[in-house]
Design a protein around this ligand. Structure first.
Ligand code: SAJ
Length: 418
């Protein structure tokens, strides 16, 4: 079939390449011309799509990348995988709206549009369909098919690959579900049909809300057990020996990434909008996580004070600036807030992170240095925010004059854990 995947990022590109490998003719559409240029050149910027794999589907002409709307004509199925950010706690669906208007002008009778972007329940039927109908003059259901299928990308996950992760699928009616399920059956090992788009939209948010709430609970507990003088890290490992009814989460300096700190707030926003009441767990979880950087700074302040030093004027080295272990992404990373707070207190803050991608240096609010023994030993305080595999953890633990270990990975004479 003729497929369009609109949005060629960490979700859209893997889907487009897999669909091309499954025998479809796929147009990868993106409004970012630089991104399209790189794709046409066979240069993949997505962890799970090696450039060699991209070049194979480019060479076979099964896949092509474009920023030109004309290439969207005559699609059988179009999948929307555009970003859905939050701005000051309010969902920003502009990318979906713009993309829907563009696809709507090329929508033909009998074609299908699937939304994959994470959003609040009701978006597919209340926002997407009217735009598609308005732009095409067609009627959803009667003239074209539509549905929602959430993404479950776990970059670098060794256990679950893109194809083996079960895929929720939904349609606005039975015919839409049949077409959409048929498409994804050719790409994923398992598809899971649900009764409608709202269920699929909500399921995705439940998945990430579950994580956010549990991470925030363990974060808050860490701040309390420290004062109780009980080792939460050992207690978590002990709890994790329970083979059922427990999922292991560990404390950290905050919750980063473009999923967890964002997706659940789509749900709490919608609930407040529709019902005028809070989704308290999400609002509390967000508050706890957003104050973890403040807690990290309090611990550093206390440690320096115990050494007769003040934050003001101290050299502080932050290790691991991206949002999670071994990630390259800086989005919503708690390190940014930690650096800002320490700088505001007059510290001389530097950062070390070998995972920072070329060009991302400009997004940092700290100068970058190597995590060398010299940098470690000349700092007044070191903070291990992300325990990347690239760090020499034994050296850091042994040589740091003081290190706050936010990941419980270090041992040494002056190590404190979060
Ligand atoms: N974090 C903790 N403690 C934990 C787990 C995570 O502090 O026990 C922090 C991480 O350091 C990071 C943030 O939370 O800053 C988010 O971590 P994450 O492991 O949830 O990773 P993400 O943001 O890449 O989440 C994505 C999600 N995938 C999708 O939305 C499709 C999530 O549902 C996946 O479970 C997760 O990847 C994954 O497991 O890879």
């Amino acid at each position: 079939m003729q497929i369009v995947v609109a949005g060629q990022g960490y979700v859209g590109l893997p889907l487009a390449v897999r669909a091309a490998e499954a025998g479809h003719r796929v147009v990868g559409y993106d409004v970012d011309r630089e991104r399209v240029r790189r794709l046409i050149a066979g240069d993949s910027f997505v962890h799970d799509v090696p450039s060699a794999r991209l070049r194979t589907v480019l060479d076979s002409r099964a896949y092509s990348a474009t920023a030109d709307e004309a290439a969207l004509a005559d699609f059988d199925i179009a999948v929307i995988t555009v970003p859905t950010p939050l701005h000051d706690g309010v969902p920003d669906l502009n990318h979906i709206e713009t993309c829907a208007r563009t696809l709507g002008t090329h929508l033909r009778r009998g074609a299908t549009v699937v939304l994959e972007s994470t959003t609040y329940p009701g978006t597919t039927e209340e926002l997407l369909l009217p735009i598609l109908e308005d732009a095409s003059g067609l009627k959803a259901g009667a003239d074209f098919h539509a549905g929602f299928s959430p993404e479950r990308i776990a970059p670098g996950n060794a256990r679950w690959s893109f194809e083996t992760t079960p895929k929720l699928v939904s349609g606005i009616d039975d015919r839409s579900l049949r077409v959409i399920k048929g498409f994804y059956d050719g790409i994923f090992q398992t598809t899971v049909p649900v009764s409608g788009p709202e269920v699929a939209e909500l399921a995705k948010l439940i998945e990430n809300t579950f994580r956010l709430v549990n991470i925030s609970m363990i974060n808050e507990l860490a701040t309390l057990t420290y004062r109780l003088g009980v080792d939460i890290w050992e207690a978590i490992d002990a709890a994790a020996t329970k083979p059922f009814g427990f999922t292991r989460f560990t404390p950290g300096p905050g919750v980063g990434g473009h999923c967890l700190p964002v997706d659940p707030l789509f749900l709490s926003w919608k609930i407040r909008e529709e019902l005028g009441v809070p989704f308290r767990f999400v609002e509390l979880a967000d508050d706890v996580n957003r104050h973890m950087p403040d807690y990290v700074v309090r611990r550093i302040t206390q440690a320096l004070d115990q050494r007769g030093k003040t934050v003001n004027g101290s050299r502080i080295l932050l290790l691991g600036l991206t949002y999670k272990i071994n990630a390259t992404d800086l989005r919503e990373s708690p390190s940014t807030r930690v650096a800002e707070l320490l700088t505001n207190l007059g510290a001389h803050v530097q950062g070390a992170d070998p995972n920072i991608q070329d060009g991302d240096h400009t997004k940092l609010n700290v100068p970058l240095v190597d995590a060398s023994e010299e940098e470690i030993t000349t700092a007044d305080a070191v903070v291990l925010l992300m325990d990347h595999d690239t760090f020499d953890l034994p050296m850091i633990g042994e040589r740091a004059p003081y290190v706050l270990d936010c990941r419980n990975r270090l041992s040494g004479p002056h190590v404190e854990t979060l």
